[in-house]
Ligand binder design. Structure first.
Ligand code: AMP
Length: 442
């Protein structure tokens, strides 16, 4: 299958060739013809599957067929995204793909001055990428008019719900024309997304690019049990020992991000934090520096990291497990992108067992555990895994020390519930099916 076979316009094919895209990914193969045909689409596709091009290419193709330039304050296609970073990234993708087309693309998000956005929108834009809150501000000021809107995309829709945008989405949808194409992309499918699809989309084509709630196939995932207070030392040790050069680290809190960066800086390790307290400009600067290899460790909270797109990122470290299991899928979606191999290692302390259980329950498999010699935890991480009952207090005897972490201990993806070589088996799979950690109820 080629992009040409999908019927895309020549300037788009040219841009794709320039970018080195040879064949469409699964989600692209399925979504592009449907979107070109004007259908609504609901796609289960996480970051790294090529989902942005899956909607951007057919939208650009259809917009290129318009004969008149877009009018004042009008918008022809709208992409709603949960965060500023993702807005920037999606805009950049549209600009790259549409480089040979006379179409305008603009991103509007909160946290920056409204003035320049009001001014730019006056001329109208073909594709507007926006975060919901800021778009409502712009709409109520009359800066954006939807009467010529043809297509609306909800990108990372699950995340929009997580971030509390449900009301904003209701307001926005009530302002959109009834005659429109609606495309919904989401990595996970909590019930709220199903409701939204049922209410707002017309006979959508359902596409499942990756099995639901599972992580990208090429990402090798494993867990290092470790005592909480030794996590930083473990990170420093493994970084040096394994020669990690470019690593994205997820930390639960903003304070935790800053503390880790500070500690790394005292060791002359180039590192930066990105979290909600840092101004947008410095977040983008840190991200660019990380992409360019000027900093080696990027430490991020979940919200700030949303939408990070770095080609071929080899490694993600979950310094803390996420409070919400779905975030694990998003986090590890940063690595192993577009079919490349990646690795995701989670440092798990005893009190994080319920969070680990929730992740494993979501993935429908247990993650291999591998202690790092010299960092064996004093407080054992209780048993987890889809079939285990995690106990609130450590109750298992200390497992025998084993080999080092690394490829030989990687979990075989999709070998559902099969323990890795020396992994979760030690935690025990006996007992009731109900995991101790409960994924978010929605
Ligand atoms: P996304 O899932 O949209 O975040 O895309 C993940 C990464 O895959 C981005 O870096 C894209 O540039 C890249 N990509 C998307 N589609 C293709 C393709 N068909 N061939 C090669 N790379 C692609």
């Amino acid at each position: 299958m080629t992009f040409a076979a999908l019927g895309l316009a020549e300037p788009l094919l040219h841009a794709l060739a320039q970018l080195g895209y040879k064949t469409p990914t699964t989600v692209q193969q399925q979504a592009i013809p449907a979107i070109l045909a004007g259908r609504d689409v609901v796609a289960a596709a996480q970051t790294g599957t090529g989902k942005t091009a899956a909607f951007a290419l057919p939208i650009l193709h259809r917009l290129a067929e318009e004969e008149t330039p877009v009018g004042e304050n009008l918008v022809r296609a709208l992409v709603l995204v949960p965060t500023r970073e993702l807005a920037e990234q999606v805009m950049e993708s549209f600009r790259q793909y549409g480089a040979g087309l006379p179409l305008s693309v603009y991103a509007a998000y909160g946290g920056v001055n409204l003035g320049p956005q009001l001014q730019r929108l006056q001329q109208g834009v073909d594709v507007l990428v926006a975060t919901p809150g800021r778009l409502i501000d712009l709409f109520t000021k009359g800066a954006v008019k939807f009467r010529e809107l043809r297509t609306v995309v909800l990108d990372e829709a699950d995340r929009m719900f997580d971030l509390g945008f449900a009301n904003d989405l209701d307001i926005l949808f009530s302002a959109l024309p009834r005659q429109r194409q609606t495309l919904l992309f989401s990595a996970t499918f909590p019930p709220a997304i199903g409701d939204l699809a049922g209410k707002r989309l017309k006979k959508p084509l359902r596409i499942e690019a990756a099995p639901r709630n599972t992580a990208a196939k090429s990402v090798k995932q494993w867990v290092v049990p470790v005592d909480k207070k030794r996590k930083t030392d473990l990170f420093l040790f493994m970084r040096k020992d394994r020669d990690w050069r470019q690593v994205l680290v997820f930390v639960k809190t903003k304070k935790g991000c800053d503390e880790l960066v500070e500690r790394l800086s005292t060791k002359q390790i180039p590192a930066e934090a990105i979290h909600g307290d840092r101004p947008q400009a410095s977040r983008l600067k840190a991200l660019e520096a990380f992409k360019a290899g000027e900093i080696e460790v990027l430490v991020a909270t979940d919200v700030a990291a949303r939408g990070i797109d770095i080609d071929g990122l080899p490694l993600v470290i979950n310094f803390d497990l996420p409070l919400q299991a779905e975030d694990y899928v998003h986090r590890i979606g940063r690595t192993g992108r577009a079919g490349q191999a990646g690795e995701a290692i989670s440092f798990v302390a005893a009190d994080e067992a319920p969070l680990l259980a929730a992740v494993e329950n979501l993935l429908r498999k247990a993650l291999s555990r591998d202690e790092e010699p010299g960092f064996e935890p004093k407080h054992q991480v209780p048993p987890t895994g889809p079939n285990a009952v995690a106990k609130p207090k450590p109750a298992v005897s200390k497992p025998k020390a084993g080999g080092r972490g690394g490829p030989s201990n990687w979990v075989d993806e999709f070998s559902d519930n099969k323990p890795g070589r020396r992994g979760p088996g030690r935690g025990g799979f006996g007992g009731a099916r109900k995991p101790a950690g409960k994924p978010r109820g929605r």
